[in-house]
Ligand binder design. Structure first.
Ligand SMILES: NC(=O)c1ccc[n+]([C@@H]2O[C@H](COP(=O)([O-])OP(=O)(O)OC[C@H]3O[C@@H](n4cnc5c(N)ncnc54)[C@H](OP(=O)(O)O)[C@@H]3O)[C@@H](O)[C@H]2O)c1
Length: 293
């Protein structure tokens, strides 16, 4: 089996690579069918998803069986000012990947976001809820989903949220740094979602990819919290003496308004490969044990 990980230097890409190389995720062994798989990682320096020509050449040479798309333009604030680049990576990149997979008969597992929803719901979003993105990032990610669905039958779109992994920049790393530098931090308490450990997500992506249950999946750690709750738990579990103070999004003054409530429900996962996603605070525990605080 030939596997290609696109965006392999991102936090999810690295987690997926590590699991495939070791055969183990934090929550368990991966399927035996992955043993002996030829795993290739590529990122923007070797495979730019925005270039259809180089992507097609790359795919013709490699002829992968399964492609995991972990590449993305993920900076929500910057995307508002640089819509062209965000669209090129998140939308056109997915179109190019879907077409290339179609030509060589590969399955595509592509990752999307909770920000495809507007945040007006009060219970977790299921896969059949209608997206209504309010940010350029969310709009470009949704267009990527649409392009994939239109161009490749053998696709899995996996929406996740509030992602953190062992490598790269993320909210947990930022809180750990601030927790050591400061006596207190202010964190927004009016946006709710599902913090998700990239290792748990990668494990489930590998499970989904071996099936023929194509389509959209939600895959997040279970439970819902605010960024403030999340920050408090990080400080507590890391034994950092830093007080977390709640503020509103308005007080925080972010350039781009995020959804108020973007929790996802792993409905399809539960009905297909099973939902082994841990509760968000258990996953956080496991993550903190893996890294040097
Ligand atoms: N992070 C979150 O909180 C979050 C939440 C919900 C959903 N997601 C989704 O989860 C997935 C993984 O996110 P992540 O946090 O692992 O992202 P990440 O750490 O930002 O990694 C994305 C990777 O894609 C690369 N990339 C950018 N443009 C590219 C191009 N044109 N061609 C090939 N590679 C390119 C990036 O390279 P550079 O670093 O050089 O740009 C980076 O290595 C994404 O689909 C994201 O939208 C993330």
């Amino acid at each position: 089996m030939k596997i290609l990980i696109v965006g392999c230097y991102g936090q999810l890409g690295r987690e997926l690579t590590e699991i495939l190389n070791s055969g183990m995720a934090d929550i368990g062994k991966i399927d035996d069918r992955y043993i002996g798989a030829e795993v290739t990682g590529a990122d923007i320096d070797t495979l730019d998803v925005t270039s259809e020509f180089s992507l097609n050449n790359y795919f013709e040479n490699l002829r992968p069986d399964i492609v995991f798309n972990c590449s993305a333009y993920t900076n929500v604030d910057k995307a508002e000012e640089d819509e062209k680049t965000a669209y090129a990576v998140n939308a056109t990149g997915c179109l190019n990947l879907a077409k290339a997979c179609n030509s060589c008969g590969a399955k595509l597992v592509s990752v999307s976001t909770d920000y495809v929803f507007d945040g007006e719901k009060t219970t977790p979003y299921v896969e059949t809820d209608t997206p209504n993105p309010k940010t350029v990032y969310g709009l470009t990610k949704l267009q990527g989903e649409i392009f994939i669905a239109q161009n490749l039958k053998e696709h899995f779109i996996v929406r996740t949220a509030w992602l953190y992994g062992k490598q790269g920049k993320n909210f947990v790393r930022t809180m750990l740094r601030l927790g050591k530098e400061r006596d207190s931090v202010t964190v927004v308490n009016d946006q709710y979602g599902c913090p998700t450990y990239a290792n748990d997500l990668a494990y489930h992506m590998l499970k989904i990819a071996l099936t023929e249950h194509y389509g959209i999946y939600h895959c997040v750690n279970n439970g819902v919290c605010s960024w403030y709750d999340f920050a408090k738990e990080i400080m507590y579990k890391a034994k950092l003496n830093c007080v977390v103070k709640p503020i509103t999004s308005e007080e925080y003054g972010a350039k781009v308004k995020r959804p108020r409530f973007s929790a996802l429900e792993n409905d399809r996962l539960r009905k297909t490969v099973g939902d082994q996603m841990r509760k968000w605070d258990e996953a956080l525990d496991s993550f903190l044990k893996e890294i040097e605080i």
